[in-house]
Design a protein around this ligand. Sequence first.
Ligand code: B12
Ligand code: SF4
Length: 597
Amino acid sequence: MQIQLQHARQKDNEASLLWPRERLTPGEGVRVVHYDPQGAKIVLTAPRGEMSAYSGDPFAAFIAVFPEKVIPRPLLRPEWFAPRDNEDGTATFMPYGIRKIEALLLNAGIPREDIACCHPDNLERFVGPKTRIVGITSMDPMGLAYVSVTYSSMIAVPGETADAREFRRVMENPVFQKYEPTIIVGGAGAWQIRHAGMVEKWGIDVLMHGEGELTVVDLFRRALAGETLDREVHGSKVPIEFIPTIRNGASYGVVEITRGCGRGCQFCSPTNRRRHSLPLDHIMKEVATNVAAGSNEVFCATEDLFLYECGSRFEPNPAALEKLFTTIGRHPGVDYVHLSHIAIAPVVYDPTAVERISPILLEKTRYTPAFRPHYKEPFVTALFGIESGSIRIMKKYMRGKIWPYPIEQYHEVNVQGLGILNDNHWRPMATLITGWPDETPDDTVQTLELLDKMKGFNVFFVPLMFIPLEDTKLRNERRVSLELMTPEQWDVFATAWRMNIDNWAPHQQPLFTFAALFAYYAYFRWKHGKKVFAPIMKIAKFPNFNGMPPKFPLKADGGIDPRYCREDEGAIRRAEPARTLPVLQEMQAVPPVLGPR
Ligand code: B12
Ligand code: SF4
């Protein structure tokens, strides 16, 4: 008898009330599999927060990295987390990384009936006495990545992030104790579990770090054979021919277009991966798989889309990019195309790349006035890393960030690149990191200076605190804490958010003003002290800000030069010449800063 007919619904009654279930009729390519009611041999899953496609809005996914206590479940829209099940109870969409694991196992000859990829709410249905392995993936299992740490500590409400809470729910599912399968956890955030000391406590048998392609099949075979396994496994760099195409739908319709980066930033983990451009037919096979599963969107996962078929000096390849996006965009059933990351230097290096792909991306963007009425016109978005405005910090930790441009031109390249993007209807998001190891107030002021030069541009800043991710070169550095943040570092946050409100939600300023004042007087001054007064007033756009007691700029640790005041219109004018950055031909004479890997 089919497993979905026989097994009781999940035991978490509270959850089933709050998270309604959506059952999909299998699309083309999704066949009903008859699983053993005693349990599938291999079960693959992920926490709820990472299973969801948040109604097709990748921005919305970030809500799950805030503390669970400040986003009570009813506020998180229940439909976001509704399991989307196939007829046989397996998940219609899963995170892309675990789909790769599924593909590797299927390609290795493990029968389809032995592998169930399911929503965590369905674990009771697939884990049984015959289950040998449960594989779990997560990007941020303990809430220790950038956004989670930064904003959880700022909000200062104790407790786990919503994502971490959901990961715990998976790990503490009683079926694991009952049937004792081998638990293997992987994904970009696997390191966090070791860091939090939870590997043994949760009975994790294997923690897998890094890429899975060369390691997973052997690991799973040995686990199936009951062999003794190493507690921690590190995947090696993967040559392109070992990367399989996914066999079933990925959340958001994720498709990898490139892997790895090669610019070598010391705080970054994807740069550990060997750099590849996936062949177009490989990419389109995955697009077709996602569409067949019922996705109308494609999310291009990449560290920098301009790496796709780029030259040896990171020169973008406009023709290849145009062909890629035209082919994806024209695929029947693809209504939306999302992008994950870009780098800014290639935008400046050859603006025709952006010019050629923008029309097709605009046609396929989700971000239109129809999607959100306050968007005035359609725009394309992707994330890029500004990280710091300090040339010293960039030179020390991210020397190759704008190669082949010399890092000394960091401000100019960023400002010019942003201008080109805006001219082509891109409104990118940009991360800014403050609290770098040995960052001085002078360095932070340079970041403020760069922000100043970006005033008036359409960009959404994501200011973050430096976190030493364990799988990076800077893993042994200290993490910055709020108590140690300097006034300048607080000002980076305040200025970035001030600019975000002005750019993205000026109509909601009264709401921000009220929320900021309320938060300060009711909570933050007790939690963080008076040092947050000035930053919060900046976000509140409190009309009397300049007349407030001079809490900030403080002259304490290094002080801040009043020239860097955000209201300085002259700074914007001074930024103008940056748009005349020397063109490509002149730049090519510059000796290489860092060679591609
Ligand atoms: C696409 C993407 C997203 C999409 C997610 C879409 C989805 N649900 O699938 C969106 C935009 C929503 C997103 C959100 C976030 N993301 Co994200 N994301 C990516 C991105 C660009 C690609 C991920 C991907 O598919 N890679 C390709 C696949 C093949 O790689 P993989 O997933 O790592 O899988 C391989 C291995 O890890 C391993 N593996 C994976 N799972 C398993 C399971 C088992 C059992 C085993 C054995 C092995 C294994 O094998 C796979 C094949 O080699 C990466 C950057 C990157 N290059 O990975 C960041 C990245 C994974 N994201 C990251 C983070 C932190 C987040 C957030 C948590 C934000 C935050 N707090 O700071 C949020 C989470 C919000 C949420 N609730 O989902 C970080 C993780 C950092 C870290 N090292 O801890 C990354 C690396 C970005 C970065 N540079 O910082 N993300
Ligand atoms: S440019 Fe981005 S992806 Fe590449 S190494 Fe630097 S931070 Fe990592």
